[in-house]
Design a protein around this ligand. Structure first.
Ligand code: BQF
Length: 299
């Protein structure tokens, strides 16, 4: 049976480190880290994510500002809000909750964020920095996955990592991080996706699988090499009469099958999700340190 990787516990440790970082910053006479969260419309999942992010900020002593606007806001209106946050010295991180309504060009909004405040790491400047190996903000979910691998002592060097999914938010950046030199990296990386042929066989060759394809229970036990490490990024709603809400959340991995074969596996919920939030806080703390002229506290 696989070891269950407890993302909630690891993220709690990171949050404690962040609290200490805030104390140090404030003791030095600096402003606490400030995060602005922009929410457009009333998508229930987005509302829940935004709530949990602002709550997490309060818990570690950050200043946070939630800016809610109706789905009818214009692109220019949203661009102005982003600009106000860029100009605000109390704000070190700007997060625009995705997805945005159809009539707004998300890429245009992302590119309006000052790259120095882009704590989601979605601005092309930060994506480019990751690509060429320069320091910059790394998207929170991929950064959280690497942190999870490092803190569980999972060897990555020389291992074959198969990334399922090629999004800008998870697939592409996690592939870059796993392939880069150094701790939590040095993997041989395969990116597989909806058009990949023989995806089962490719998964069977993986020492590490990162499942981020957005299909409920896609990764079956038969696709997993015995002892492999399985990181499940999926959050899918499936019907469940036994639950109060009528649904429950499952990952992109068939957990019940996978845990019989894998060496280690992340659960959903309580796996990658909490790590995403912890790394958002860490990116925001790093941004605040940089704006105070302090060096990065990352190894
Ligand atoms: C957990 C997200 C898809 C699309 C947009 C903890 C989160 C999720 C799960 C969370 C996510 C996913 C976020 C758990 C933020 C991660 O206990 O398993 C936290 O809040 N996330 C988001 O902001 O936008 C998304 C997934």
């Amino acid at each position: 049976m696989a070891t269950i990787i407890d993302g909630k516990k690891i993220s709690g440790e990171i949050r404690n480190e962040i609290k200490a970082g805030v104390d140090e910053l404030v003791a030095g006479g600096h402003r606490p880290p400030g995060l602005a969260v922009l929410l457009v419309g009333e998508n229930p999942a987005s509302m829940a994510y935004v709530r949990s992010k602002t709550r997490a900020c309060a818990e570690v002593g950050f200043h946070s500002r939630q800016i809610n606007r109706p789905a009818s806001i214009s692109e220019e209106g949203l661009l102005r809000l982003v600009q106000e946050c860029n100009d605000d010295p109390e704000i070190h991180g700007i997060l625009v909750q995705l997805p945005l309504p159809e009539h707004i060009d998300s890429q245009k909004i992302i590119e309006a964020i000052d790259p120095a405040k882009d704590v989601d790491g979605f601005h092309p400047v930060n994506a480019g920095r990751l690509m060429v190996g320069l320091p910059g903000f790394v998207p929170c979910t991929p950064a959280g996955i690497i942190e999870m691998l490092v803190r569980t002592g999972t060897e990555t060097s020389g291992k074959h990592a198969v990334v399922l999914g090629r999004s800008n938010i998870v697939g592409k950046p996690i592939a870059q991080l796993l392939a880069r030199k150094g701790r939590g990296g040095d993997c041989t990386v395969t990116i597989a996706h909806s058009r990949t042929r023989n995806i089962e066989e490719i998964c069977q060759q993986a020492d590490i699988i990162i499942a981020a394809i957005g299909r409920a229970r896609f990764v079956k036990g038969s696709m997993i090499k015995p002892g492999a490490v399985i990181i499940d990024v999926g959050i899918n709603r499936v019907e469940d009469e036994n639950s109060e809400k009528g649904y429950r959340l499952v990952g992109d991995v068939d957990f019940d099958e996978a845990e019989k074969v894998a060496g280690a596996i992340t659960p959903v919920p309580g796996g990658v999700g909490p790590m995403t939030i912890a790394l958002l806080l860490r990116n925001t703390l790093e941004s605040a340190r940089a704006s105070s002229g302090l060096p990065s506290s990352l190894r």
